[in-house]
Ligand binder design. Structure first.
Ligand code: CTP
Length: 398
């Protein structure tokens, strides 16, 4: 594959990216712009890739036609990070440096990962260029949201390296380890109505579940996302089943569970619901008001009883005795894996793009997956989950 590096601050991450790609079996050729050299040196990228790097300096090329030669036989090309400048030039066919000339001559699928300040990313000119590139069949990988090097917050960060690697594997047909598998993912909170306008809910944003659904789809699974109200959009190319209450989530799952190979229950299901729901808005009259609550069904416990050969993964939201409590839920709900979350921390979990979990299986020691972006974490969780699926017939025969 070809990795094109342009001059954004995220370029400093590219030696790590190259290392991860090589680990997955890619032979990586790197081409970089002059500005990229402000953030990472050709020598670093040459050291990790094991190949001479194509730089903006034509004189140093071994062959004057390197920009054409490099494209031959490539499975895929990725530009990461892609600056606003690069996107603009590519959208208009400008070829005023070696990387752009190389890219214009490519015949393989091209992916670009824009990374820049969120205000720059939101600029209509940049968005228009992205539209143009997408319309030409180039895959534009949406940037992640979060705190930027400049101190601004918003959409513009280079996605987690693991996400980029998984996309490249998929593009090159290397990683479809969930291909043919039907996976149900639940995400977000449930809402339990009190009256016509009020409800009980929790702080779940749905980001973790959505990240898992997206990662499963990237790995070839047929994904159904059953979710409460989300703070993030539902990704494309999956069956979208919006629900509101725990009861609705249970019904949606009961209908679909038999046909799935794996369930990942990342939803934050409300354990209780108001015993009586008023159709009208409850009026205040100066007196105290108590709301009687009754328990909701434990969805996972019910499905755990009908598990059969399916793989079930749960989450445990804990504020104390993290591992012991999570292990108890794993056994009680008949799960294969549980991801234990410390929800008392403010730097991970609820409302955050980051999470840290301990993955606990039925045997063996818990594995700590340290604080990372939820998108990267989703792939790590699926790495473990895939190992538990029965081998597919094709794999068993082959
Ligand atoms: N869960 C569920 N149905 C519920 C409550 C939780 O299916 N009514 C699922 C969650 O989606 C999660 C797992 O069970 O995958 C554990 O949820 P958690 O809130 O950590 O634990 P609870 O079982 O609700 O126990 P407690 O609130 O007492 O910690």
């Amino acid at each position: 594959m070809l990795l094109g590096v342009t001059g954004g601050i995220a370029a400093y991450k590219t030696p790590d990216l190259v290392r991860l790609l090589i680990k997955k079996g890619f032979d990586v050729r790197v081409a970089m712009t002059k500005n990229a050299e402000q953030f990472v040196t050709p020598v670093s990228l040459r050291s990790v890739s094991g190949h001479r790097v194509l730089t903006a300096d034509w004189d140093t090329q071994e062959d004057p036609f390197d920009h054409l030669n490099v494209g031959a036989g490539l499975s895929v090309a990725l530009i990461a990070p892609a600056t606003a400048n690069f996107l603009g030039k590519l959208a208009h066919g400008v070829a005023d440096d070696l990387l752009l000339t190389t890219v214009l001559a490519l015949e393989c699928p091209l992916y670009v990962a824009p990374a820049m300040n969120p205000r720059m990313y939101a600029n209509p000119a940049v968005q228009e260029n992205i539209k143009t590139l997408t319309a030409r069949g180039i895959t534009v990988i949406p940037p992640s949201a979060g705190a930027m090097a400049c101190g601004d917050e918003g959409e513009g960060r280079l996605p987690a390296l693991e996400t980029l690697v998984a996309l490249m594997e998929k593009a090159a047909g290397l990683n479809a380890d969930l291909s043919g598998k039907k996976i149900i993912v639940t995400a977000g909170p449930t809402e339990e109505p009190i009256d016509a306008v009020r409800f009980i809910s929790n702080r779940s944003s749905g980001r973790m579940g959505v990240a898992i659904a997206e990662a499963a789809r990237e790995r070839g699974a047929e994904v159904t996302l059953i979710h409460g109200p989300l703070a993030v959009p539902v990704p494309d190319n999956m069956t979208d089943v919006p629900v509101r209450t725990a009861k609705e989530m249970l019904d949606a799952l009961t209908e679909r569970f038999a046909a799935c190979d794996m369930l990942v229950m990342a939803a934050a299901v409300s354990d209780f619901r108001p015993a009586r729901v008023s159709d009208a808005k409850v009026k205040k009259n100066g007196a105290e008001l108590s709301i009687a609550l009754e328990p909701n069904p434990d969805i996972l416990e019910r499905l755990g009883r009908m598990k059969g050969g399916r793989v079930i993964i749960g989450f445990a939201a804990e504020t104390e005795n993290l591992l012991a409590n999570a292990r108890e839920k794993l056994m009680k709900k008949n799960l294969d894996l549980i991801c234990a979350n410390d929800v008392s921390r403010s730097d991970i979990g609820f409302d955050s793009a980051y999470n840290e979990v301990h993955i606990i299986g039925r045997a063996g020691e818990p594995v700590l997956l340290g604080r990372m972006e939820k998108r990267a974490l989703a792939h790590r969780i699926l790495d473990e989950a895939v190992k538990l699926l029965p081998p597919s017939r094709a794999a068993a025969q082959g």
